[in-house]
Design a protein around this ligand. Structure first.
Ligand SMILES: [Zn+2]
Ligand SMILES: [Zn+2]
Length: 364
């Protein structure tokens, strides 16, 4: 079928909105009519040139929409179902079987390469050239995306798709890091370094979990104001000379939990310094710089843990987040600003400048 997609032809180029051809769904595959798709920081990776992603390609990995067609053998969703698209996983390795699909043995080839796994193109452009369209098992900067039964998650029909789309990656990552990995108890303390979309989700989840000290650290005043609306009890200007001292002062002895969403070495060091005795720092993101960790920083039972996609199983975690949203405990609407898909370059710049926390693109 013919679809419209935002195609990236050069890592440093603008997106071009093109009519391309999408194949019919094969066994286990699902075609979703995309109603909304979040722009996640990871969508900048194809621009960085660090991954073996062939150009042209279609990015986008926070799609949400309505199932348009299913391939042979697909039983858990049917045309007309509303779904959120998340990352892909194999379903067969030890991590998948144990309920940790973000640690799937095949995570990198299934999500980060985007080229067809069997060499047969699923999308071709007007000249018949293959377009890589398997980014996070979806490539959803388009009117339609080809996904798999495993990476579509059915949600209730009455949920607003433009708010649910970012649950597939960024918001799941931040909330999952808190709820699935750090698991704070009511009354405990947490600091979140970098309060963009992932950090904002961590703050909302910490508030929902009953944390009574929630410190947000960021360089943008607008994001710190938003953090206060989302449940932060303290905010710290990330450019201040005494960030760790300010975080430690929030409880008098440091925080028991911390999340770094920045991947910046000096910020990670500050986060470690901000921990209390027996505190844990979670590092979020697919790439981290070399970290210089003084042994003394890990004294007194402190721990550092890397987390992928919030260690979430999307099939159960995304529905959980929709229930929190219904109860007003996960106010995604405070983060989202919508743009037509044709304005994707504007949306990308607005997110990079910190003007918009979570751009959501509307292909319709
Ligand atoms: Zn697996
Ligand atoms: Zn993402």
């Amino acid at each position: 079928m013919q679809i419209s997609a935002a195609v990236l032809r050069r890592p440093d180029g603008a997106y071009s909105l093109e009519t391309v051809e999408l194949v019919d769904p094969g066994p286990g595959q699902v075609v979703v009519r995309i109603e909304a798709v979040g722009h996640c920081h990871t969508d900048l990776l194809p621009r960085a040139g660090v991954l073996p992603i062939p150009m042209p390609m279609i990015a986008g990995h926070e799609g949400a929409g309505v199932v348009a067609a299913v391939g042979p053998g697909v039983a858990s969703v049917a045309p007309g179902d509303h779904v959120v698209l998340s990352f892909a996983s194999c379903g067969a390795c030890a991590a998948c079987v144990a309920g940790h699909p973000a640690s799937c043995d095949l995570f990198a080839p299934l999500n980060l390469i985007a080229a067809p796994i069997d060499g047969v193109a699923t999308v071709t452009d007007a000249s018949g050239t293959a377009v890589a369209a398997r980014w996070f098992g979806q490539s959803s900067f388009a009117t339609h995306a080809l996904a798999t039964e495993r990476n579509v998650v059915k949600i209730d029909d009455d949920l607003p798709l433009e708010l649910m789309a970012p649950l597939g990656c960024g918001l799941q990552t931040g909330a999952g890091t808190v709820i699935n990995v750090l698991r704070p108890q009511p009354g405990e303390s947490i600091a979140v370094f970098g309060s963009g979309a992932v950090g904002s989700a961590a703050i909302m989840a910490a508030a929902a979990a009953g944390c009574t000290t929630i410190v947000a650290v960021d360089l943008h005043r607008r994001r710190l104001d938003l953090a206060l609306e989302l449940g932060a009890t303290h905010v710290v200007d990330g450019a201040a000379p005494d960030v760790a001292a300010q975080v430690i002062a929030s409880t008098g002895r440091g925080v028991l939990h911390a999340v770094d969403t920045t991947g910046v070495g000096s910020v990670v060091a500050t986060a470690l310094e901000s921990l209390s005795v027996r505190g844990t720092l979670a590092l979020v993101g697919v790439s981290q710089p070399d970290l210089l960790v003084p042994g003394s920083a890990l004294a007194m039972g402190k721990a550092v843990v890397g987390v992928i996609e919030g260690d979430a199983d999307p099939k159960t975690f995304i529905p959980l987040l929709t229930r929190l949203w219904r109860r007003g405990k996960f106010p995604i609407e405070k983060l989202v600003q919508t743009f037509p898909l044709a304005e994707i370059d504007t949306a990308e710049r607005a997110a990079a400048a910190g003007e918009v926390v979570k751009p959501v693109l509307l292909p319709g």
